[in-house]
Design a protein around this ligand. Structure first.
Ligand code: ADP
Length: 672
């Protein structure tokens, strides 16, 4: 192999023009190498000539400099016109500052290096190109005037800084103001509540009601604004604590169940059997996001239902992606409005506020919160069909000790009732104040009651108690319109002669002398005074429910179908099939999984080609192997997919998603 010096032709530079000796052929160079070297050199010469031509007209200063002799070889007219002293100053001219050092760098790296130089008020971007042909170390300095660019950049930088400072100041201000507003609002609300419970005539009561309702709306808004400004001012601190997601979700479901029931909507909750139950993160913030999405779903749905679906996906970093989906069959969102709804104070369209209320801050906060937790949030929606809001969060799985502690805490809660199972009893709570209803409900939920209805006024209480069979009624005494005493009297009058007597427990505002007598006179059995405490409530309920015998046992309302899916794979079946050989099991699992992936790809492809027949075949194939494998859920899903071969694209997309999730569940379950 010939060395570089062997094959290079002789190159000379004269008057800034490179000359290449045509017949400087070393004897041992191969013809091909020689030809290539010559071509390269010729190209370089052409470039140099073009550059020399160009430099005559180029308005940017161009200089050629010999670093070994530290002398200027050439300056173009632009350089000379601007800097007539350049020959005189030589390396002392600002354009040539530190030129030797930089030129040597360009030579050693065999490439153009760039820097910025200032000459008076002008800033140049200077590129220093080494001439790599020949022995002389010559560099070409091309100077591009970037003064205006620099000025614009500086103005932009200052403007950005000013805007950021203003935005920070605004967020700080908002955070402070909303915080400061909450304190007096608490006072207003507290006093208004007390006022409401005092002796008032109907008109006064209505006025106080308006104060309380407006105050509560204002508090919600203030909380949202406070959250948003905290996030924007970077003051959000996220917790990292172990928590039970299952328990939290069960709580959320319970919270919304009454409104779902009131709207006669199906309300279901699925938690993948292979998803971890206990995780590490910020439960309050996660709950806030879920609550917001579920609240919206129920708000914007009039028919059909809302489904919450939680699953998980393994990540490479040891964490899991928890995937939350809230699907509704509500009004949906127009494509063009999808992006708007995540902006502050914006709703899908302007009629939303009139019809549904709201501030347009909820989703913005949800999105910012998920992003702050390194997650993502999105929505798929079709007008008139419904929406699916989803978010995913990377979370660590709680370790064994944390999980043990959390489940012990939950068991303790359950044991409070000394083994009493209140779940079969049906309770009606009547209170005109939603917050009171909420707390009373929560308390009963904690005790283990599962079937609790709530209504907000006396007349509805009468209707509801006539229509449904309850084991006990908890009744607020002071209510606008028909108060608790009236309701109790009406119920007793209705029962007269029927041989039944439903226990009625009064809730009174203050433990005032004479309260008890008043309650008993109105036909009530007992009373609890606010604030209601767990021991007192327990005492009263135990007494009256036992007496009532809990005869009216009813199954749980269908609305709370909390379904834990069965294990993804029937291991006993699999064992019958392949025995106990671990290695063989792994082979079968990996064969099964790659087959499943293939089928999923086929199903997807069949949607593109709108080929229902191949969809059907693919689903059928996976159904068969899932059955053999003992993957029951997957088998059922594939059976459904097979039947739904003619379904619309959305249904099929959903089926694919569910099949994929079921496959993922199988994979995780089998630990591969
Ligand atoms: P708001 O307090 O107004 O509900 P959000 O930020 O929570 O504020 O929601 C913004 C807007 O997004 C809503 O006003 C509504 O137009 C739309 N939206 C949110 N969730 C749904 C849903 N599940 N179905 C239809 N529209 C929705």
């Amino acid at each position: 192999m010939a060395s570089a010096s062997d094959i290079m032709p002789e190159i000379r530079t004269e008057n800034n023009v490179v000359h290449i000796a045509e017949n400087a052929e070393p004897e041992n160079a191969t013809a091909k190498e020689l030809r290539e070297a010559r071509d390269t050199a010729k190209k370089a010469q052409k470039k140099a000539e073009e550059l020399a031509q160009l430099s005559l007209y180029d308005p940017s200063p161009l200089i050629r400099f010999d670093i070994d002799h530290r002398k200027l070889l050439y300056v173009n007219p632009a350089a000379f016109n601007r800097y007539s002293d350049i020959f005189q100053k030589g390396v002392d001219h600002p354009l040539l500052a530190d030129i030797t050092e930089i030129a040597l760098r360009a030579f050693s790296q065999r490439r153009t290096v760039t820097r910025e130089v200032a000459v008076g008020s002008i800033t140049y971007q200077q590129s220093i190109t080494p001439n790599l042909l020949g022995d002389e170390r010559i560099v070409t300095l091309y100077n591009h005037d970037i003064t205006r660019l620099k000025q614009t950049e500086e103005v932009l930088r200052q403007e950005t800084e000013r805007a950021e400072a203003a935005s920070r100041a605004k967020s700080d201000f908002l955070a402070n103001v909303s915080h400061e507003l909450r304190t007096p609002m608490n006072g207003v609300l507290g006093m208004a509540s007390l006022l409401r419970d005092s002796a008032l005539d109907t008109e006064q009561r209505e006025l106080v009601d308006v104060i309380v309702q407006s105050g509560e709306s204002l508090m919600l808004l203030l909380n949202d604004v406070l959250d948003l400004s905290k996030i924007e001012a970077n003051e959000l601190t996220l917790e990292q604590i172990p928590f039970s997601l299952v328990a939290m979700m069960a709580d959320v479901v319970r919270l919304f169940e009454p409104s779902a029931r009131q709207k006669k909507l199906d309300f279901s909750f699925f938690y993948s059997a292979v998803a971890p139950e206990c995780l590490v993160g910020d439960p309050a913030r996660i709950r806030q996001i879920v609550t917001n999405l579920v609240g919206n779903a129920l708000k914007f749905t009039e028919q059909g239902g809302v489904k919450i679906d939680i699953s998980s996906r393994r990540r490479d970093d040891g964490k899991v992606d928890m995937i939350f989906r809230v699907e509704d069959t509500g009004i949906g969102i127009e494509e063009k409005n999808i992006n708007r709804i995540f902006s502050k104070f914006t709703q899908a369209d302007n009629s939303t506020t009139r019809k549904y209320g709201g501030t347009g801050l909820g989703l913005t906060i949800c999105k910012l919160l998920t992003e702050a937790m390194d997650g993502a949030l999105g929505v798929e929606s079709r007008v008139g069909k419904g929406s699916c809001f989803w978010f995913s969060l990377p979370l660590s799985v709680a370790d064994a000790e944390q999980t043990r502690r959390l489940s012990a805490e939950n068991t303790d809660k359950a044991n409070v009732l000394d083994g009493n199972d209140f779940s079969p009893y049906r309770i009606l709570i009547v209170d005109d104040h939603p917050i009171n209803l909420f707390f009373a409900r929560k308390l009963l939920m904690k005790m283990g009651f599962k079937s609790i209805d709530t209504v907000e006024d006396g007349r509805m209480a009468l209707e509801k108690s006539a229509a449904e069979k309850y084991d006990l009624i908890i009744l607020d005494c002071q209510m606008p319109g028909m108060d608790g005493y009236d309701v109790s009297r009406a119920i007793r009058a209705r029962e007269d002669g029927s041989g039944t007597r439903i226990p009625i427990v009064a809730m009174t505002a203050n433990a005032m002398i004479g309260d008890r007598e008043k309650c008993v006179a109105a036909g009530m059995d007992d009373y609890v005074s606010k604030p209601i405490t767990m021991p007192r409530m327990l005492e009263v309920l135990m007494k009256w429910l036992k007496a009532g015998g809990g005869g009216a046992l009813k199954p749980l309302a269908a609305a709370t179908a909390v379904a834990a899916s069965p294990a993804p794979v029937d291991l006993a079946h699999l064992r019958d099939y392949i025995g106990d050989d671990e290695e063989e099991k792994q082979i079968v699992v990996s064969m099964f999984m790659s087959g499943a992936e293939e089928v999923l790809a086929l199903m997807e492809a069949s949607m593109v080609t709108v080929d229902n027949e191949s969809w059907k075949k693919a689903a059928h194939k996976l159904k068969g192997s899932a059955a053999n494998f003992g993957a029951r859920t997957l088998q059922v899903l594939c059976g459904q997919a097979e039947q739904d071969a003619e379904a619309d694209a959305a249904t099929k997309q959903d089926l694919i998603r569910r099949v994929a999730l079921a496959c993922e569940d199988v994979r995780r379950f089998m630990g591969s």
